[in-house]
Design a protein. Structure first.
Length: 51
């Protein structure tokens, strides 16, 4: 049973690793419906840096 759980976790981690990395700007867009003013400036900074 433990081996099955370990295998399932390993498979799930490998699947997650195959997804493309999200940019910081994309993460901010996803997390906030309405962006607070301070985060708006940070998001613009990260978008300009390509992160």
């Amino acid at each position: 049973m433990v081996e099955e759980a370990n295998t399932a976790v390993k498979d799930a981690l490998e699947q997650a690793d195959r997804y493309p990395a999200m940019s910081v700007a994309g993460l901010i867009d996803t997390m906030f419906e309405t962006l607070p003013a301070d985060l708006r400036a940070q998001r613009e900074q990260f978008a300009g840096e390509g992160k």
